[in-house]
Design a protein around this ligand. Structure first.
Ligand SMILES: Cc1ncc(C[n+]2csc(CCOP(=O)(O)OP(=O)(O)O)c2C)c(N)n1
Ligand SMILES: [Mg+2]
Length: 379
């Protein structure tokens, strides 16, 4: 028998507004209405500004560790722009832009990184899950959420974001295999920024693209210029339409770069070449959109200056709201996890409100019991 081909495929790559601000009319025309393009640019600008403010808050001791999003704004924004209001957006920690587009308040993100649990209580109507710092867990959550929607017969998909490094976690492979085999409508978005803290992507995956990881599980996939808002919108439209129509997953590799350190606890200059960073600065997702808008007479220096003024105010107000929030009550943390608190936890919560050192609120440690009726003493 001659050797035949068992399987052959190609991975499409989409780029519409490239790093030189050259625009592909054929793919890009009508994709994003002008008015929306302006709003998308403003959203990226605001997110970028927040990054600078957050960095200074951390350095002056007003915030804990913070991961800057700088350079990656167009990835999650493209997804959030395309998703329906009731779809799930299940992120890690570099998707502020998409979360804000969905309506998540800026102070939720600030509170999270200030160490206040209330930052994780995303308002329910935005269908966004808390920021996932444990690498990879959120891909399983997204698969579960979309599975539940399918089970209930709801026309709802989930979109989850994760890094290149996260594709080395077992959680990724479990989520991808499960979603593909059980026909679950999840859009998996890998943000390939070439680094997992100081570990370069090339020693993390030997395949030439990460998109291939989707093929391995039987998902259609696409590689996307993740710094191009037109490309991320285009790809998300394809992927979400597939998930919605076929009820099946789709894999997108969005190629991007974090221009900042991994987090404020990192110094990327210790492991990244300056030349590499400079090359990516030229591919900044904001610069090309601004050039494109100027060409279309949608933008000007005056508009940019006005935007800066508005943005400074918006961010300063969000910081003030986050910093001035009233302190939580000591028992508040019992309230987030369960609809109805199990009895043992209810007992712990009640105990915390007495002066008792033990597990039982009836077991009082102070002299209070001397003032209680006798029957209580027997209890
Ligand atoms: C389970 C787990 N292991 C290790 C870490 C520490 N950690 C935080 S971010 C990170 C690298 C993630 O790289 P990648 O998935 O490429 O995401 P990026 O930050 O580049 O977007 C690691 C190892 C963690 N948060 N969770
Ligand atoms: Mg990475």
């Amino acid at each position: 028998m001659p050797i035949t081909t068992a399987f052959k495929t190609e991975i499409p790559r989409v780029s519409i507004l490239d790093e030189h601000a050259t625009f592909d009319e054929k793919l890009g025309k009508g994709l994003i209405p002008d008015a929306d393009l302006v709003k998308l640019y403003e959203a990226m600008f605001q997110c970028r500004h927040l990054d600078g403010v957050a960095f200074r808050l951390q350095r002056s001791g007003r915030m804990g560790t913070y991961p800057q999003n700088m350079g990656q704004e167009a990835t999650s924004l493209g997804a959030a722009y395309v998703l329906n209001k009731n779809d799930w957006l299940v992120t890690c920690y570099r998707e502020n832009c998409g979360l804000f587009w969905r309506g998540v308040p800026m102070e939720s993100i600030l509170l999270h990184w200030m160490g206040d649990e209330r930052g994780n209580a995303m308002p329910r109507e935005h269908h966004a899950t808390p920021i996932a710092v444990p690498i990879g867990t959120q891909m399983l959550h997204a698969t579960g959420l979309a599975w539940a929607a399918k089970y209930r017969g709801e026309k709802q998909i989930a979109c989850t974001f994760f890094g290149d490094g996260a594709t080395s976690e077992g959680d990724f492979h479990e989520a991808a295999n499960f979603a593909a085999n059980l026909d679950i409508p999840v859009v998996f978005v890998c943000q390939n920024n070439f680094w997992a803290i100081s570990v370069p992507g090339r020693i993390q995956c030997s395949a030439p693209t990460l998109a291939q990881r989707g093929i391995a599980y039987g998902m259609p996939c696409m590689q996307v210029d993740g710094n191009d808002i037109f490309a991320t919108v285009y790809a998300m439209k394809e992927a979400s339409a597939h998930a919605r129509k076929e009820g099946k997953p789709y894999f997108l590799e969005m190629v991007t770069y974090r221009l900042g350190d991994h987090t404020t606890a990192d110094d990327a200059s210790r492991y990244r070449d300056k030349a590499e960073v400079e090359a990516w600065k030229a591919k900044d997702p904001l610069i090309r959109v601004r050039k494109h808008m100027e060409r279309l007479k949608l933008w000007s220096d005056k508009k940019e200056a006005d935007l800066l003024e508005r943005t400074e105010k918006t961010v300063a107000e969000a910081v003030a709201r986050a910093e001035n929030i009233a302190a939580p009550h000591s028992t508040d943390f019992f309230n987030a996890m369960y609809q109805e608190l199990p009895p043992d936890l209810a007992l712990q919560r009640d105990t915390m409100q007495t002066h008792s050192l033990g597990q039982d609120p009836g077991q009082l440690a102070s002299t209070d019991h001397l003032n209680k009726p006798a029957e209580h003493a027997h209890h």
